[in-house]
Design a protein around this ligand. Structure first.
Ligand SMILES: [Zn+2]
Length: 371
């Protein structure tokens, strides 16, 4: 089994203890393999004795996927290295099913992205051999400190005559086995200067294409439009624009409603009464608009306006607005009704929050504000 190496995660597998009496022992799952100097250490979750004989079995589905992603990265980096400013400066393999990335010094243009993907897939079809050599003069300035080169080896991985790279990971033996390389048009800026490009390769790329096609079909059914990606994107864009427009209209309607409620509260206050304003979907913007509509008309009134928002069993704000003494008296009563209300404020406005509205407390509050 191979330890974490060359940006490639460790192998998984099993150890099967081989008993001298030919009886079978259950296999031991191995999911932690580390390189220590020149040795490969497998961490077993159960003890084995020195001299025990075991058979190692690698999880080949995982290894194959890793080899496809890793070799795909060699090929992609080799192709990108032929463009100005697109030499790979880092890469990472995504977890099973996720995309991998390469970091390059600049963002390629959309045309370059298409060219790079086409060239990679052309080289896959040409089925170049991928070979491993261990020449004496291999570049070894990036070896880990604990690696003794006099006893170990430095491997050079070649893709035909296209690319030669020292690497300790596991690779496929021919480019055809990479099957497919797909680049995403999503990019990220990393370390405030490099561009991160996302790609996938091999069976992982085929699976991603397959689920993407299924997802497009589902979206086109939901949107009642055709299956073509451009048509779907245009429809989603129209839907997003319409949603934004509706949200704007809803916010304006809510503010109109707040003005109306403010006018109603004003009339009650001027008639010597309290006022109750409640909206399950009210926001602080709604509350503030009610308060600003009531405005100065609280002067000389003995009542207050109590404005509450939030659905039953959910949190919500409460604002009490009126003359200072009237607000203080009302808040004392409110605290006696709503047990978990917290808040503060001085003068004409007291602001609080209920962590969970209870129906009976809300009803009692409404009753308090209706006299
Ligand atoms: Zn490699």
């Amino acid at each position: 089994m191979e330890a974490n190496c060359g940006g490639q995660p460790t192998d998984y597998g099993t150890l099967l203890p081989l008993n001298g009496d030919h009886t079978a022992s259950p296999p031991i799952s191995i999911q932690n393999v580390q390189r220590q100097g020149l040795r490969c250490l497998l961490y077993s979750p159960q003890p084995l004795s020195p001299g025990d004989r075991v058979r190692q079995e690698v999880d080949f589905t995982r290894r194959w996927d890793h080899m496809q992603q890793h070799t795909g990265q060699h090929l992609l980096s080799a192709v990108m290295g032929t463009y100005d400013g697109l030499a790979t400066v880092g890469w990472g393999m995504g977890k099973e099913g996720d995309m991998n990335y390469v970091d390059v010094p600049r963002r390629p243009s959309p045309e370059e992205m298409r060219d790079i993907q086409d060239r990679c897939n052309q080289l896959i079809r040409e089925n170049l051999p991928i070979t491993v050599k261990t020449p004496e003069n291999a570049r070894d300035n990036k070896l880990p400190d604990d690696y003794d080169k006099s006893l170990g080896i430095v491997r050079v991985i070649s893709i035909g005559d296209l690319d030669h790279n020292t690497c300790c990971g596991t690779h496929l033996c021919q480019t055809l086995h990479v099957s497919l390389i797909l680049l995403s048009n999503k990019t990220q800026t990393v370390h405030s200067k490099n561009c991160r490009l996302f790609f996938t390769a091999g069976d992982r790329a085929v699976k991603l294409s397959s689920v993407s096609v299924d997802a497009l079909s589902s979206i086109s059914r939901l949107m009642s439009c055709g299956n073509a990606p451009d048509e779907i994107v245009a429809n989603i864009k129209r839907l997003c624009d319409a949603t934004a427009e509706l949200k704007k209209k809803e916010a304006n309607l809510l503010l109109d409603l707040a003005r109306h409620e403010g006018d109603r509260a004003k009339a009650l206050l001027q008639g010597g009464k309290n006022a109750w304003v409640y909206r399950p979907d009210g926001s602080f913007e709604f509350i503030n608009r009610v308060v600003s509509t009531v405005g100065e008309s609280v002067r000389g009134c003995r009542g207050v306006v109590i404005i509450a928002a939030g659905e039953v069993k959910k949190a919500g704000p409460v604002v009490v607005y009126g003359e200072k003494e009237a607000v203080e008296a009302a808040v004392t009563k409110i605290k006696g009704i709503v047990k978990d209300i917290k808040g503060g404020g001085k003068g004409e406005r007291w602001q609080g929050k209920v962590s969970e509205w209870r129906r009976e407390e809300m009803e009692a509050l409404k009753e308090l504000a209706s006299v």
